[in-house]
Write a protein that binds this ligand. Structure first.
Ligand SMILES: Cc1cc2nc3c(=O)[nH]c(=O)nc-3n(C[C@H](O)[C@H](O)[C@H](O)COP(=O)(O)OP(=O)(O)OC[C@H]3O[C@@H](n4cnc5c(N)ncnc54)[C@H](O)[C@@H]3O)c2cc1C
Length: 393
């Protein structure tokens, strides 16, 4: 038997995790390392924050799937990879050896500003989705006193979705919280067709969300945000959505990395010269720069599976040969944002549409994926489980 070690039970590894029985048939033992027994599906976060979808509508029980399929799940984080000894050191002190390694350890929200110690308990992280009660803190803390001011930092897709859906959640809670967005970009949704940013701003405006563009945050202090031009803005709670960073495990291990510490892989999603593959947010794809979005991770999952099977299994040797599969990023992909007012903003290149049907489609696609444990990307005929937030006014 050969040992295939998967670091991260994320989107880019779900295909391989579902195929553990097939890998066994080819003489491959599979061990999965992840500090969390569940995967939180980020596409559902906005619906969960907005009180439309129950947290379980965005959670995949990865540990259960691995063990049901006959694999071993180790609840720990990888802290160092030795590509020569073919070992990985874990946060629990154990060391695992492998014949073939695949890395999909994802990304985390990166705060590109400093947060004072006195302000730390006023910062609400976007992930994980299961601990959704933290999004109620502003409403509970300020119930019956003064309306609380929530500032979402960032102007990308996550910031837009969170701002709209915090308004929705506040309304469901009967709170008159104010929400605003502070972004350093000149308009919302930079990187998308300009029409998308304009539509998002108009929808947020109708929800009462003030958008402050060209405002670069340098520091979050107690009760006030300090901008690059020295001006300040008052806040009660801050939700950062300013970008994604990569875990430091690859740089710490001396593996080939990009400037931001992402694992450098070639077209086959392989670290050239090593039986190491990688996918999703934690890689730097040598042929071209890729956005850190779920679509790439989901499509790359098939490539990782085929190449890992080839490298570890009885289907082909590793040395001196090219792996059979390579990743071709889709020309244009459809992204649908949940704007928090019951509509979805669909963007595919220069085609931008908005409406209720798009949100319904997004919910069915996301729920179809989560419901199948990440095995399929087909829309579900059933709606996702609903959140039971009482509407108090
Ligand atoms: C806050 C946030 C919001 C996002 N919103 C969206 C969105 O709305 N739409 C969209 O398309 N994309 C979104 N993304 C990006 C999307 O989540 C990713 O593109 C996708 O999840 C990448 O899949 P992955 O397999 O690389 O990582 P993930 O699916 O995130 O899985 C990574 C796994 O690795 C584990 N892990 C982490 N460190 C270690 C370690 N050291 N050792 C072992 N395991 C480890 C984690 O616990 C996790 O289970 C968002 C990302 C973040 C962080």
């Amino acid at each position: 038997m050969k040992d295939l070690l998967l670091l991260g039970a994320g989107h880019a590894h779900l295909k391989t995790i579902h195929a553990i029985p097939v890998l066994h048939q080819h003489g491959v033992r599979v061990v999965v390392v992840d500090p969390a027994p569940h995967l939180y599906y980020s596409g559902s976060i906005s619906g969960i924050v907005g009180g439309m979808i129950a947290p379980r509508g965005g959670t995949i029980d990865t540990r259960a799937i691995v063990e049901r399929n006959g694999g071993r799940f180790v609840e720990a984080a990888a802290i160092r990879i030795d590509p020569n000894d073919r070992t990985v050191a874990l946060s629990d002190g154990n060391i695992l050896s492998w014949d073939v390694l695949s890395c999909a350890v994802g990304s985390h929200s990166e705060t590109r500003f400093t947060v004072d110690e006195a302000a730390a308990d006023r910062v609400i992280p976007v992930k994980p989705v299961r601990d959704v009660s933290r999004f109620d803190r502003p409403f509970l803390d300020y119930a019956g006193t003064h309306p609380c001011h929530i500032v979402v930092l960032g102007g990308g897709a996550t910031a837009v979705e969170i701002a709209g859906n915090m308004v929705r959640r506040a309304r469901l809670r009967g709170s008159s919280c104010q929400v605003s967005v502070v972004t350093r970009s000149a308009q919302l949704l930079p990187g998308f067709h300009p029409a998308a940013g304009k539509i998002a701003e108009a929808h947020l405006d109708r929800l009462g969300v003030a958008v402050h563009v060209n405002s670069s945050v340098t520091r979050v202090g107690a009760g006030k945000i300090i901008l690059a031009d020295g001006s300040t803005r008052a806040y009660d709670y801050v939700i950062p959505a300013t970008g994604l960073g990569v875990p430091s495990v690859f740089a710490d291990s001396g593996l080939p990395v990009a400037k931001d510490g992402a694992l450098r892989v070639n077209r086959s999603l392989q670290v050239s010269g090593y039986p190491i593959f990688g996918g999703g947010d934690c890689i730097s794809f040598a042929p071209q720069e890729l956005a850190r979005v779920g679509v790439h991770a989901v499509y790359q999952a098939q490539v990782i599976y085929e190449n890992a099977l080839w490298a570890a299994g009885d289907t082909g040797p590793m040395d001196g040969k090219e792996p059979p599969a390579s990743y071709t990023p889709p020309d244009r992909m459809l992204q649908i944002l949940n704007l928090g007012d019951g509509t979805g903003l669909a963007i595919r290149g220069s085609r931008v549409r908005v409406g209720r049907l798009w949100l319904a489609l997004k919910e069915r696609i996301d729920w179809g994926y989560v419901r199948s444990g990440g095995a399929r990307l087909r829309p579900s005929v059933a709606a996702p489980p609903r959140e039971m937030i009482p509407i108090t006014r």
